[in-house]
Write a protein that binds this ligand. Structure first.
Ligand code: ADP
Ligand code: ASP
Ligand code: MG
Length: 411
C-alpha cells in the first residue's frame, strides 16, 4: 500500500490533472494506491473570502461563488469527454447549490463561526476530488472515491482540528480491510468531529490527510507530489539558487517546515515518522526528478547545515520582571494564558537569570496575547513585580537547520 498526495497546483487545471493521472497510472496493478488531492489552487482562499464577505452582508460574495462554480464547470468541460458530462456536471451543480445555501445562511445571520467556515472551505476538496475521480474513471482507471470525513475523526477545534488517532486509525484499518479496490481517491484537508460536523486540519492540511492514512495502513511510502522537485535548501521564491536536498531526516524536515518551508505541512511528519514510513517529495511537472526522501537516518555526513527557512509577520512577546526570579509557576501561567486563547507559540527563549521569558507568536494574535497575559499577571503588574507584556512586531524568524551541527563547534 502506498499513499500519494497531489497539491493545489498539481490539480489546478485540466492539463495538470492529466499529468496527475499519468503519474498514478504507472502505479496501477503494482500495489494498492491511495490518492489524496487538494482543492484547485486558489480555491480555499476564495472560499474563505466568500464566507467573510457573506458574513459582512456584502452581496459580492455571490460573484465569488459564481467564479468558483465557473472554474469547476470549465474544468469538467476540458477534462471529461462530453458523453460523460451529465452526471458529473449535476454532481458539481448539487455541491455548488449546497455551498450557496450555506453562504446564504451566513449572509442572513451576518455571522461566520469557525464551524461554518470549515463547512464552506470543505467544498474545495469535495469538488476537486469528485471531478478527478470522474477523470480517472473516464480514463479507464477504476477507483473508489471515499469521503475522508467518514474516516478521519477530530476534536471540535474547527479550522485546525486535532485528530483522534485511536478512533481514526481503527476507522481507516476497518474500512480498507473490507475493500478490494486497487486504487482509492480521497479529498485531503477535511475531516469530521464526533457529531459529524465537518472540520478541517489547518491550511496545507491535505499533506496531513495523506500521512494519517499512510500511518494507519503502514504504507510502504508516502509521496507528496507538488510543484517543486523536493525540499530545498531555502524557499525558492526567496532564494534564487536554492538547491534540492536529496535526503533529510524526519527531524530536519520537521524543523525546516515548522520554521516556514511550506513544501510540507509540519504535522505531516509525525504519523510517518512513527511508523518509519519514508516520505518522498516529488514534482508533478518533472516526475523523472528524484525529489527528496525524508527518512530516519539518511547519510548526511557530507553536510552540517541542510537548509535555512524563515517565517515573517512574527511578534516577540517579552514577560519581564524582578519578581519572577526563583518563583515557580510563572512560565506555566504565561503558557496557560496563551493556551486558553488558543495562541500557538512558535519559539521560546528564557534568559538564564529567569528575569525574562520571550515567546514568538504570529503577529495577528499579538494583541490578543497581550490582553490575556496582562490579565493573568494583573496583580504582579500592579505591585511592580512584573512589567506589562512587551510586544515587538514586524519581526521574522530565520532557522538554520542541520542534524550534524551539534557535533561541530563553531558553526
Ligand atoms: P502544494 O499545493 O503542492 O501543497 P505548496 O504551495 O503548499 O504546494 O508547497 C510548495 C511550495 O513551497 C513551493 O512551490 C515553494 O515555493 C514553497 N517552499 C517554501 N520553502 C520551501 C523549501 N525549503 N523547499 C521547497 N519548497 C519550498
Ligand atoms: N486546500 C487546503 C489549503 O489550501 C489544504 C491543502 O491544500 O493542503 O490550505
Ligand atoms: Mg501544501
Amino acid at each position: 500500500m502506498q499513499v500519494l498526495k497531489f497539491g493545489g497546483t498539481s490539480v489546478a487545471n485540466a492539463q495538470n490533472i492529466n499529468k496527475v493521472a499519468a503519474v498514478v497510472e504507472q502505479y496501477i496493478g503494482k500495489q494498492k494506491t491511495i490518492v489524496v488531492v487538494s482543492a484547485l489552487s486558489g480555491i480555499t482562499d476564495k472560499l474563505i473570502e466568500t464566507g467573510k464577505r457573506a458574513s459582512q452582508g456584502d452581496e459580492s460574495y455571490k460573484e465569488l461563488l459564481k467564479e468558483i462554480e465557473e472554474r469547476h464547470l470549465q474544468l469538467v468541460r476540458e477534462l471529461i469527454p462530453v458523453a460523460q458530462h451529465s452526471s458529473i456536471l449535476s454532481t458539481v451543480k448539487k455541491k455548488i447549490n449546497e455551498l450557496e445555501s450555506v453562504c446564504e445562511g451566513v449572509f442572513l445571520l451576518k455571522e461566520l463561526s469557525a464551524r461554518s467556515l470549515d463547512h464552506i472551505t470543505s467544498f474545495g476538496e469535495q469538488l476537486s476530488s469528485l471531478i478527478i475521480s470522474k477523470r480517472f474513471e473516464s480514463g479507464g482507471m477504476k477507483q473508489l472515491w471515499v469521503d475522508s470525513r467518514e474516516l478521519i475523526c477530530t476534536d471540535e477545534n474547527y479550522n485546525a482540528a486535532a485528530v483522534d488517532f485511536a478512533l481514526t486509525n481503527k476507522l481507516i484499518t476497518d474500512f480498507f480491510q473490507q475493500q478490494d479496490s486497487s486504487l482509492y481517491l480521497l479529498p485531503g484537508f477535511i475531516a469530521s468531529d464526533k457529531n459529524k460536523h465537518t472540520t478541517t486540519l489547518g491550511r496545507g492540511g491535505s499533506d496531513y490527510t495523506a500521512a494519517i492514512l499512510a500511518g494507519a495502513l503502514n504504507a510502504s511510502v508516502l509521496e507528496i507530489w507538488t510543484d517543486v522537485s523536493g525540499m530545498m535548501t531555502a524557499d525558492p521564491r526567496v532564494v534564487a539558487n536554492a538547491r534540492i536536498i536529496p535526503k533529510v531526516s524526519y527531524k530536519e524536515a520537521m524543523e525546516l517546515s515548522h520554521f516556514g518551508a511550506k513544501v510540507i505541512y509540519p504535522p505531516t511528519i509525525h504519523p510517518a515518522m512513527n511508523k518509519n514510513i519514508p516520505i518522498v517529495i516529488k514534482n508533478t511537472f518533472a516526475p523523472q526528478d528524484k525529489g527528496t526522501s525524508i527518512e530516519t537516518n539518511p547519510d548526511s555526513s557530507d553536510r552540517e547545515v541542510c537548509g535555512i527557512s524563515g517565517i515573517g509577520k512574527i511578534a516577540l512577546l517579552t514577560l519581564e520582571g524582578t519578581g519572577m526570579v526563583g518563583i515557580p509557576g510563572f512560565s506555566a501561567r504565561l503558557f496557560n494564558a496563551l493556551a486558553k486563547e488558543k495562541i500557538n507559540v512558535i519559539l521560546i527563549t528564557q534568559g538564564s537569570s529567569e528575569h525574562s521569558i520571550c515567546v514568538a507568536v504570529n503577529e495577528e494574535v499579538a494583541i490578543k496575547a497581550k490582553l490575556a497575559v496582562n490579565e493573568e499577571f494583573k496583580h504582579e503588574i500592579q505591585n511592580g513585580r512584573v512589567l506589562p507584556l512587551q510586544s515587538e512586531t514586524d519581526l521574522c524568524i530565520v532557522a538554520v537547520v542541520g542534524g550534524n551541527m551539534k557535533n561541530h563547534p563553531g558553526i
